[in-house]
Ligand binder design. Structure first.
Ligand SMILES: Nc1ncnc2c1ncn2[C@@H]1O[C@H](COP(=O)(O)OP(=O)(O)OP(=O)(O)O)[C@@H](O)[C@H]1O
Ligand SMILES: [Mg+2]
Length: 246
């Protein structure tokens, strides 16, 4: 059975896609096959990985439950051994998806599960139907949030907490320059009863450099702060998973 991690939160530019791609790569390097499902019509994950975004409309039909879940196999693209991708579909129209058929993604995941120990869901930067259905299908929801970029705002965790009824919810401090950011986020997390992870993903130019080459920091800056932080995050995720499934 796959473990499903949704990276979500509705706040743009906080590093959702970057987080998905780095977790996938760390798992791949450690020999664990991963499927990334790009639920964002922007299709950024596909673009970074050099895979054409889709225009077939099949993903939307699958999410609406209008196609048999097995058809999802047709959408899977191999990026490299151990990393597959269902690319984002630019034709996907969230308005059409405002229907109570959230179970369809779960059926798709169940169908693909035997092949992948891990399935990662990259969400659009909105709290619409796509994010909600991703969270409903997830075992763990990661919410990257940058205190440096929105210092006065603590994210509204209410909707995510509701969605996370059967999933764990972790706030992941990202793109921060200073550790004080982390301390304040952590205090607020304690006040709101939400787990703020101990790992802070730093703002690091090697992340953007890697992205522009279709890579992760595990290729261009393996000794750097961001690579160490993402490796640590993946350790935390796998440790948490082992504890839950024990
Ligand atoms: N830790 C980091 N250090 C430096 N740059 C980063 C870091 N994380 C992400 N970025 C850069 O920030 C930009 C936005 O990142 P990303 O696409 O992962 O965010 P997102 O939350 O998925 O955004 P969107 O709202 O468009 O879905 C990218 O150019 C990426 O390279
Ligand atoms: Mg994104």
């Amino acid at each position: 059975m796959s473990r499903v991690v949704a990276v979500a939160g509705g706040t743009p530019g906080m590093g959702m896609t970057t987080t998905v791609l780095h977790i996938a790569e760390a798992l791949r390097i450690s020999g664990q096959s991963t499927l990334v499902i790009d639920l964002d019509p922007q299709g950024d994950a596909a673009q970074v990985l050099g895979i054409p975004r889709s225009r077939s409309g099949i993903l939307e039909s699958l999410l609406k439950g209008d196609e048999a879940p097995e058809r999802a196999g047709l959408l899977v693209r191999s990026v490299q051994p151990g990393l597959d991708l269902i690319p984002g579909d630019v034709t996907m129209d969230e308005e059409n998806l405002e229907r109570p058929r959230g179970r369809a993604l779960k059926a798709v995941i169940q169908d693909l599960a035997p092949t992948y120990p891990w399935i990662l869901l990259d969400c659009p930067p909105t709290m619409g139907w796509l994010t909600r259905t991703a969270c409903a299908a997830a075992d763990l929801i990661l919410f990257p949030f940058s205190p440096s970029r929105a210092p006065s705002e603590f994210p509204d965790l209410g909707p995510l907490k509701e969605l996370a009824e059967s999933a764990d919810l972790w706030v992941l401090p990202t793109r921060s320059l200073v550790d004080q950011d982390f301390a304040s986020l952590r205090r607020k997390g304690v006040a709101e009863g939400v787990t703020v992870r101990g790992t802070l993903i730093p703002e690091d130019p090697s992340v953007s450099t890697a992205r522009s080459r279709g890579q992760t920091v595990f290729s261009n800056a393996i000794e750097g702060r961001a690579a160490r932080a993402y490796a640590q995050l993946v350790k935390e995720i796998t440790r948490h998973d082992r504890q839950k499934t024990r």
